[in-house]
Design a protein around this ligand. Structure first.
Ligand SMILES: [Zn+2]
Ligand SMILES: [Zn+2]
Length: 207
């Protein structure tokens, strides 16, 4: 057992966990997984200081669960910076992309880490506590699978200010970064083009 390989980075696991638990409102196995997943991803890319690399780092997260919040804490990637991309795969995994070098790694949590946690802490009754403690000390290789990958980040998906902005011909709302739909000579937002996730309640009707 070589232990987790986080010792040479800017913040320690414990320091990141403190910040992550504060933001996420509780400390859970997902926070430990997310923090370690991001630390491992950054280390694999040779990024020691994510803050100094903020302009060049893009992270894709594959699940909207506890771990995602922690990944965001360590990487500094966020929706608002356009550096955090959510792909809805339902998997505890994330891909870290260094835009400067083009290098990318995908780190996924191993499903058998739960069993491993149980075997490491048989004296703890609750699986939640077992995982919380075990995930802190488990080897990277027992916790995660790391894959070298390539990711093509489209120019309109890069972090930074909007590359384009047009108004929808139907609702008049502004649309950034080429998300408009062009149909029969009209420029439409995705909602007006029929992809709306909401239905507008007419003012005269009760909610
Ligand atoms: Zn949680
Ligand atoms: Zn519209």
């Amino acid at each position: 057992m070589t232990g987790p390989s986080y010792n040479r980075r800017v913040k320690s696991l414990e320091e990141y966990l403190t910040v992550a638990a504060e933001r996420h409102k509780h400390l859970c196995p997902g926070q430990v997984l997310g923090v370690r997943m991001a630390m491992l991803g950054l280390a694999s890319l040779g990024i020691a200081d994510p803050e100094a690399n903020a302009r060049y780092l893009v992270t894709f997260v594959e699940i909207d669960r506890c771990a995602t919040d922690a990944v965001s804490v360590v990487t500094g990637c966020s929706l608002g910076r356009r550096s955090l991309k959510y792909v809805d795969y339902g998997k505890v995994a994330a891909t870290f992309v260094d835009l400067k070098t083009g290098a990318a790694v995908r780190v996924s949590a191993r499903d058998d880490s739960r069993l491993k946690a149980k075997s490491m802490f048989p004296g703890i009754a609750q699986p939640h506590r077992q995982q919380l403690e075990a995930y802190k000390v488990m080897d990277d290789g027992d916790l995660f699978t790391v894959q070298k990958v390539t990711v093509q980040v489209a120019p309109e998906d890069l972090p930074g200010g909007p590359r384009s902005r047009v108004a929808c011909d139907s609702c008049g709302e502004g649309i950034n970064n080429g998300r408009e739909v062009r149909r029969e000579g009209r420029v439409l937002c995705r909602a007006c083009a029929g992809e709306a996730y909401y239905k507008i309640v007419p003012p005269s009707q009760p909610q």
